[in-house]
Design a protein around this ligand. Sequence first.
Ligand code: PGA
Length: 257
Amino acid sequence: MRKLIIAGNWKMYRTINEAIDLANGLKRELFKLDFAYVDVVLCPVFTALSEVAEVLNETDIGLGAQDVYWLDEGAFTGEVSAAMLKDAGCQYVIIGHSERRQFFGETNETVNKKIKASLKHGLIPIICVGENLQEREANNTFKVIEDQIKGSLTEISGEDLLKTVIAYEPVWAIGTGKTATSDQAQEAHKYIRDLLRKMYGEEAAQSIRIQYGGSVKPENIAQLIGKPDVDGALVGGASLKADSFSAIVTRASEVRK
Ligand code: PGA
């Protein structure tokens, strides 16, 4: 059985002090959680990473960034490298989120470079894929996912694939309150796992964790992770409050027990 992974993507919200408060609140709420069933990751803004790392020190809660640049250092104004994220205390990094693809020119090629740089520095990439509404309505969902998976994973070995997490996030469900049904999520997750089976073989396909993202809430998490190929969630809005995020995580671990 794959261990669940639930990550909170705080996006561009929370000042340093607010981030510390939120992390402390979660630490308190998740004090009794059995982490044997679920990995929990918080992804604050860059400026709050090292302070949140300090709050999470000696807990089982992991820390992730929301983006990374692929070179180690250099004259690249505004960018942050994988080595720097490690230095700030990260173990994870979200790569290729649809908001980065949509607003900041992220492509499968840049996603691929970022994955390679993260793996080189021992960061676990959370690789985001997913179709937008137009693509779904034109029946192109699987084609879009296939292009994103193949393009993102170019020259990534089977061994390295197992050090990554995939997040399926249908763009039309992100921040819209419109969750994919658990059947829609399962259909896409199964498609991704079957594709990875063709690319990397049975063992890799069975081991890789595929999270669902898009309007995940305490009310729908149980149904989503009840599906055989849904291994957790990437949570945006509902991760910004300690009570709702801890309710999602706690509910998930109870269902999995
Ligand atoms: P949402 O965001 O939960 O607010 O829909 C999910 C995401 O963008 O990762």
